[in-house]
Ligand binder design. Structure first.
Ligand SMILES: *[C@@H]1O[C@H](CO)[C@@H](O)[C@H](O)[C@H]1NC(C)=O
Ligand SMILES: *[C@@H]1O[C@H](CO)[C@@H](O)[C@H](O)[C@H]1NC(C)=O
Ligand SMILES: *[C@@H]1O[C@H](CO)[C@@H](O)[C@H](O)[C@H]1NC(C)=O
Ligand SMILES: *[C@@H]1O[C@H](CO)[C@@H](O)[C@H](O)[C@H]1NC(C)=O
Ligand SMILES: *[C@@H]1O[C@H](CO)[C@@H](O)[C@H](O)[C@H]1NC(C)=O
Ligand SMILES: *[C@@H]1O[C@H](CO)[C@@H](O)[C@H](O)[C@H]1NC(C)=O
Ligand SMILES: *[C@@H]1O[C@H](CO)[C@@H](O)[C@H](O)[C@H]1NC(C)=O
Ligand SMILES: *[C@@H]1O[C@H](CO)[C@@H](O)[C@H](O)[C@H]1NC(C)=O
Ligand SMILES: *[C@@H]1O[C@H](CO)[C@@H](O)[C@H](O)[C@H]1NC(C)=O
Ligand SMILES: *[C@@H]1O[C@H](CO)[C@@H](O)[C@H](O)[C@H]1NC(C)=O
Length: 789
């Protein structure tokens, strides 16, 4: 090695003149220059980024390895452009100045440095006249530790986001101020730390993390004991070495032989099966799974019928290639089949476990459960998993089979529905494609404002006066409604239980109405029809949609509402015409009033079961009105709980639906909380689009992360009106977090929600919505015997 160095010194005088030299005051290093340590092993200067050669990183790197491995960088998060320079000013300040002339990095913000130098250890120092370092890169590591480097308490090493991307990544190794050495995943962009996946448990005793000159990395305890972290040591004179926290969260000890770096120790040895946070997506992104490649590095892969959100960034997760069902009641039979994956599992997404189902029963059960996206079968055990899939990993010893529910390619939907012009036509089927149409069409769903009280009276007059004045809920004939809708011509939208048509009553002036024609499924369930009519018929509140009348003739069941021109809240939250913050506040309060009325104040308490923006309609003055009582379940007077099959829509349903727990009005509180988050943030509760940050995909997780980390402003983005009412946003967010508590008994009742919204009572700081006992529906213990066996 010294011979090579000697040759270098002889043939390259300009290089030689830089080697062995101190960087003295008044020196400027331009983007094309590098400085070297005396041995030439390390270089310091600007490196073009491998991903974009017009951006430069101020870095220290191994100069003699083929790949010029970077060991430290000053500006990973803000690379500079051509024309930038590094200066050691005459008054001894070390400055990185970008092409515009502004200082972007200044590590030691006072004068006093006599010179700067890159030492043979790879340490970049600023030294005083007596050569004592006043600043050194070894004290501010990025993702790498070098031999002879010592880290003290309260120091962290942060992984890079991706290989060749030097921005801050998702994992941190930290020698905490209490002496514990830990590795944990972080959420981007909030920097929230999740549970540690590796630690030395040395609270009170860990003092220094040492990578000694003999190539051993160990934690030194205060009684002198060492805890070895690397498992083998290699002489530093024979090998280049480094310990790097790689972008997949593994701390690796690399040694360099002539043909590249070799991993000698990995901690933890299997990252895929070690990261296991209750929240967050795991070692890879949502809907993907983590598998170790032949070099024991993490690769993030998608299950069948899923593909990467961004093929260049596999760690960001996957998205379903098919339209995921809304689970709002439509029939799914025949639409799905399974693809098998052996030894892959997503333990974070379980919502139901059976211990007496063989594989075919497991398949059958999942197929008929709209919320089931994946089933996992092992022996007589069957777990059902819902989207988004989290903590996915491939584990050789799992001894089970994941069954991925994918669209049935040989399935052909029934022919398009034909709507009868006469009562003889009965082919009103809710078909497959309808599921995806349902949401968009629902926007158009209209409704009514009129007096509603139960009555048996049977007016023939269609004049609006009598409708508004009289107490009667009208009973229409089928013929009247057929004429009013011009033969069911103009469709306004489709809901879970039927299709809505526009119509006019032949009065002066014309009264616009919305006629909901209940589909065949429901026509066969006569009781539900009566229930719906009765429940709506007895409600009377400013924030509830009014029923105008109905038709119950032969096989035909229809409901008549007044048409509401502004459609559903969804358009005003997620569309281009977003409402301002003040209006959103009014709407959130209005909906809460309506729900309180349904739960406590009306004739017989009603649980709505499907609260979501599509079911909130707005009148001309943007007063919110809760609609679609198709799912409402009437409660007896003294009854507060009821049992029923899962109802509701993905993203808004509370956990107790999945747990065979009794269903109470608290399910509406949960859905209200999710919707309140959507109202605050103007974004959907589940969002798996390209360009979205993975951590933001599940609004409930992200909102709580932002709350816990004091970064609430990130939730409202550039909504200036909301930012101006920061206290209001904070109060609404805290209320929403109370509402989405996983444990129903922790959620407030609607009366209390209303009091908190009205500032009548102070909102106490909410706890985490995910109580620790419920973080895993399957305890990690289930894994252990198998992993070891
Ligand atoms: C750098 O400067 C210091 C202090 O002036 C001196 O002690 C040291 O020998 C110099 N190093 C080199 C390599 O010139
Ligand atoms: C650093 O690496 C470059 C490119 O491989 C080489 O030309 C140069 O001689 C090296 N410098 C030293 C001091 O070894
Ligand atoms: C490289 O970065 C520059 C500056 O940010 C940008 O203008 C340019 O588009 C980038 N080029 C590529 C290929 O991404
Ligand atoms: C650790 O670092 C943080 C932030 O840099 C600082 O606030 C804290 O006082 C430090 N703790 C100790 C024990 O040095
Ligand atoms: C997260 O930490 C990085 C530094 O590690 C910092 O640059 C960034 O601003 C932090 N993000 C937030 C949202 O605080
Ligand atoms: C390196 O190992 C040698 C012999 O095994 C030992 O004498 C020396 O103290 C060690 N150096 C360090 C820094 O641990
Ligand atoms: C030092 O402390 C550690 C943990 O606190 C203990 O396991 C070890 O036995 C101690 N060693 C000595 C020499 O006291
Ligand atoms: C730690 O590593 C050093 C050097 O490899 C070795 O001498 C020592 O026995 C190891 N200690 C333990 C507890 O394994
Ligand atoms: C897939 O569709 C075909 C044709 O409609 C049907 O015969 C088959 O049973 C379906 N498969 C499943 C698993 O439902
Ligand atoms: C699974 O169980 C069902 C019901 O007990 C039985 O009919 C079926 O044959 C079983 N299937 C297998 C593959 O054992």
């Amino acid at each position: 090695m010294s011979l090579i160095l000697l040759l270098l010194l002889l043939c390259n005088c300009s290089l030689a003149s830089q080697t062995n030299q101190n960087i003295s005051k008044g020196t400027t290093i331009t983007i094309t220059e590098s400085w070297f340590s005396p041995s030439g092993d390390f270089a310091f200067g600007f490196l073009p980024l491998p991903t974009n050669s017009s951006l430069f990183l101020l870095a220290v790197w191994f100069n003699k390895t083929d790949d010029k491995t970077v060991v430290w960088s000053a500006n990973g998060n803000f690379p500079v452009l051509e024309g930038s320079k590094l200066q050691l000013t005459t008054d001894g300040q070390f400055l990185l100045i970008d092409h515009t002339g502004s200082t972007v990095w200044n590590p030691y913000q006072s004068s006093g440095a006599a010179y700067a130098a890159l030492l043979d250890t790879g340490n970049l120092i600023l030294a005083a006249t007596d050569s004592t370092p006043i600043w050194q890169s070894f004290k501010f590591p990025t993702d790498t530790i070098l031999p002879t480097q010592v880290l003290f308490r309260n120091t962290t090493i942060r992984s890079h986001l991706y290989d060749h991307d030097y921005t801050d990544g998702k994992f941190e190794l930290s020698l905490q101020s209490n002496g514990n050495l830990m590795m944990f995943p972080l959420a981007l962009p909030t920097n929230l730390t999740y549970d540690a996946y590796w630690e030395t448990n040395t609270i009170g005793s860990g003092t220094q993390l040492v990578f000694d000159a003999n190539g051993t990395l160990y934690l030194l305890l205060n009684n002198g004991t060492r805890i070895n972290i690397t498992t083998s040591s290699f002489s530093t004179t024979a090998y280049y070495q480094r310990v790097t926290l790689d972008s997949d969260g593994v701390l690796r000890h690399y040694i360099h032989r002539k043909n590249g770096w070799t991993v000698v120790t990995s901690v933890p040895s299997d990252i895929c099966n070690t990261v296991n946070s209750g929240t967050g997506s795991g070692a890879c992104g949502f809907n993907s799974y983590c598998q170790l490649d032949e070099n024991d590095h993490r690769s993030c892969l998608c299950p069948p019928s899923f593909s990467l959100l961004d093929p260049d960034k596999p760690y960001e997760g996957c998205r379903a290639d098919y339209e995921t069902p809304l689970c709002d009641g439509g029939d799914q039979s025949g639409m799905f089949e399974f693809k098998e994956m052996v030894n892959v599992d997503w333990p974070g997404s379980d919502y139901e476990h059976y211990n007496s189902f063989n594989e075919s029963q497991c398949r059958e059960n999942c197929l008929h459960d709209c919320f089931c996206a994946v089933a996992f079968s092992r022996g007589m055990d069957c777990w059902k998993k819902k989207l988004p899939l989290t903590n996915g990993r491939a584990t050789a010893s799992l001894l089970g089979k994941a069954l991925i529910k994918v669209p049935n390619t040989s399935f052909s939907p029934s022919p398009p529905p034909q709507f009868p012009n006469t009562k003889k036509g009965r082919k009103v089927w809710l078909i497959t494609g309808l599921l995806s149409l349902a949401v968009s069409l629902l926007i158009l769903f209209g409704s009514i404002i009129t007096l509603v009280r139960r009555s048996q009276s049977n007016h023939k007059s269609l004049a609006p006066d009598s409708l508004f004045a009289g107490p009667a809920m009208r009973c229409f004939t089928y013929k009247e409604l057929e004429e009013a809708t011009d033969g069911f011509k103009k469709e306004l939208g489709r809901g879970a239980f039927g299709i809505v048509y526009e119509g006019f009553l032949p009065s002066e002036p014309k009264t616009c109405i919305a006629v909901k024609k209940l589909d065949r499924l429901l026509q066969e369930r006569e009781k539900e029809f009566t229930v719906e009519v009765q429940s709506i018929g007895q409600t009377h509140h400013k924030n509830l949609v009014r029923l105008y009348g109905y038709c119950n003739e032969g096989i035909n069941r229809l409901l008549v509402y007044e048409f509401m021109s502004n459609g559903s809240l969804m358009r005003f939250l997620f569309g281009s015409s977003r409402l301002g913050w003040d209006k959103r506040v009014d709407i959130a309060i209005g909906i809460a009033r309506g729900l309180l009325y349904l739960h406590e104040e009306c004739h017989s308490p009603i649980i709505h079961c499907d609260i979501k923006p599509q079911n909130i309609l707005l009148d001309d003055e943007l007063t919110p009105k809760i609609s679609d009582f198709g799912l409402a379940k009437l409660l007896g007077r003294n009854q507060t709980q009821t049992n029923t099959a899962i109802r509701g829509t993905r993203g808004y349903v509370a956990a107790e639906w999945f747990k065979n727990m009794a269903i109470s009005a608290k399910v509406d509180v949960y859905s209200y909380g999710v919707m309140l988050l959507e109202i605050i943030c103007c974004r959907r509760s589940l969002q798996m689009e390209l360009n979205d940050r993975e951590e933001e995909a599940v609004l409930a997780y992200w909102a709580y992360d932002c709350y816990r980390e004091g970064k609430v402003h990130m939730l409202v983005g550039n909504d200036a009106e909301a930012l101006a009412d920061f206290d209001g946003v904070m109060r609404f967010l805290m209320i929403a977090i109370w509402c989405i508590q996983e444990d129903p008994s922790q959620r407030p009742i609607m009366r209390r929600v209303n009091q908190m919204l009205d500032c009548a009572i102070v909102v106490p700081p909410p706890p985490s919505p995910y109580s620790s006992s419920e973080r895993f529906t399957r305890s990690p213990d289930c894994y252990r015997p198998l992993l070891e066996g």
